[in-house]
Design a protein around this ligand. Structure first.
Ligand SMILES: Nc1ncnc2c1ncn2[C@@H]1O[C@H](COP(=O)(O)OP(=O)(O)OP(=O)(O)O)[C@@H](O)[C@H]1O
Ligand SMILES: [Mg+2]
Ligand SMILES: [Zn+2]
Length: 192
């Protein structure tokens, strides 16, 4: 302790009363005996440190709670971003993991969709798209939505949008009306 420190301590002692740290043996009902620090100020006990093992456990519990809250927040954000895609509800919980690959054409379509996701940066730069052709109920929309979900998870700042072709056509048609605020080209660009 230097001169200034001892002067400061004296000042504290005169204003608030004497400050003292005492070490005392305490007993934790869970962990047994431990040495606790007691803070005394002006003859009054102000603070006692808790059992170090309890303290560690409390910190660990808090870390678990914080991690849980972080995960909940993440799931909430993910859900909000999925909702923003306008994707029909039934496809929101599907994705690649639930796509059955029993036939050769299912495997081919699945692999193509995966390749599209993996090559997304290139596809985006080159303006490439992916067109699924096939009969009713063969999983075209399922795979298209799986691509959106996967890209949404990989790229935090990516906001994909789901449009039916009919919606794009009607948006384009509405630009032909007099007084339309946007033109055909801009509308198509925005939808893609
Ligand atoms: N290979 C598959 N694995 C798992 N589910 C599938 C598969 N194929 C289709 N389905 C499911 O069947 C239903 C119909 O599929 P989906 O809507 O993707 O078909 P589609 O090809 O888009 O049909 P449409 O031409 O009528 O739009 C969905 O619930 C989808 O999840
Ligand atoms: Mg479909
Ligand atoms: Zn304890």
């Amino acid at each position: 302790m230097n001169n200034t420190d001892s002067k400061n301590l004296k000042a504290v002692n005169t204003i608030l009363g004497k400050l003292e740290i005492r070490q005392v043996k305490m007993n934790c009902i869970l962990h047994g005996e431990y040495l606790a620090n007691q803070v005394w100020l002006g003859g009054k006990l102000k603070e006692i440190s808790e059992c170090p093992k309890c303290h560690e456990e409390h910190l660990a519990e808090r870390a678990i709670d914080e991690e849980k809250a972080r995960k909940q927040e993440e799931a909430k954000n993910r859900q909000a971003r999925i909702k923003e895609t306008r994707m029909p509800l039934e496809y929101q919980t599907k994705g690649f993991s639930t796509f059955i690959q029993d036939t050769e054409s299912q495997r081919e379509a699945f692999n193509m969709a995966k390749r599209f996701v993996n090559g997304w940066e290139k596809a985006k730069a080159g303006g490439y798209g992916l067109l699924f052709l096939g009969g009713c109920g063969t999983g075209k929309t399922h795979l298209a939505c799986a691509i959106m979900l996967e890209l949404l998870d990989r790229y935090a700042l990516f906001y994909p949008r789901y449009y039916k072709v009919s919606e794009i056509f009607s948006a384009v048609r509405s630009t032909y009306q007099t007084g339309a605020t946007t033109n055909e080209e801009e509308t198509i660009k925005e939808a893609l």
